[in-house]
Design a binder for this molecule. Structure first.
Ligand SMILES: [Zn+2]
Length: 276
């Protein structure tokens, strides 16, 4: 099949899959031929369609951390066609990162992770504008970094960063996705500030003795599962393609394959999102 007839085939295919009563899913020409082909496998999803694709192209997402979670998040969001991606990381690529941080390769050792990640994401999808921020997000700069984004995905590995992200996103009204992984277990949750329980509503304070990845270890695919779920949550928040995991979190034990949906409610006295 020639490239032009292949484009026509995918446009026809995408346009033909129109759910009853959902004519907006037809491809009406807002997308270029190349975009129709690039995104054809998601465009044919009855839950997705052109409206979701256009919404994604106009969206801006900030990914905090370009490590084990940030790599799958940024790769899937760039692949899916998010219009603008910011990547925040102040670390350099180390040899001990490479077993799980899929955006960085052996020749990248010593390079800034934000730049290493941005280079791969631009290779994957040149349509996406990628901004590399070589800074560590903290209470002082969180507000400036999250401002103007449609969704923030926190892929950091510290409780201090998570609380800084939560406070900044709640103050700015920016939906965000939290995630964490350690060993063979992890959790994922989405937050719509003012509408669903925030991270601090669910976890009012950090545990005193939380182990770190460097001490407790983590397997690459376990991080990949959690990061992939975070990417999926971001797509849900951006397009409404499916309900995100809000008012609580999803806890996954990947050793036993036990999945637990833990429900939680907003706290009126929450310092980040409370109304008191
Ligand atoms: Zn809260």
């Amino acid at each position: 099949m020639s490239p032009s007839s292949r484009r026509g085939f995918f446009r026809e295919l995408a346009a033909s899959v129109v759910a009853p009563g959902a004519e907006e899913h037809a491809v009406s020409g807002q997308l270029s031929d190349a975009a129709v082909e690039r995104y054809s496998r998601q465009l044919v999803l009855p839950e997705w369609g052109e409206a979701a694709q256009v919404a994604l192209a106009e969206a801006s997402v900030l990914v905090i951390g370009a490590g084990a979670l940030g790599a799958p998040v940024a790769l899937y969001l760039a692949g899916a066609g998010v219009g603008r991606l910011g990547v925040v990381d102040d670390d350099a690529v180390e040899l001990s990162n490479l077993h799980r941080q899929l955006l960085h390769f052996t020749p990248d050792l010593g390079a800034p992770k934000a730049e290493s990640a941005a280079a791969k994401l631009r290779f994957l999808n040149p349509e996406v504008l990628v901004d590399a921020y070589r800074v560590r997000l903290d209470d002082g700069n969180a507000g400036t970094l999250v401002a103007g984004h449609d969704v923030v995905v926190d892929c950091s590995d510290s409780f201090a960063t998570r609380y800084a992200v939560c406070a900044a996103c709640c103050a700015a009204g920016v939906p965000f996705v939290e995630g964490g992984v350690l060993g063979l277990a992890g959790l994922v949750m989405s937050v719509r500030p003012g509408r669903s329980a925030c991270y601090r509503c669910v976890f009012p304070s950090a545990p005193d003795d939380a182990p770190r990845c460097a001490d407790a270890g983590v397997l690459g695919p376990a991080a990949g599962v959690i990061g992939s779920l975070q990417a999926l949550e971001a797509l849900k928040l951006l397009t409404g393609v499916a309900p995100p995991i809000t008012d609580g979190f999803l806890q996954l034990d990947l050793a036993t394959a036990d999945v637990l949906r833990v429900h939680a409610e907003r706290r009126s006295d929450c310092p980040d999102c409370g109304e008191d």
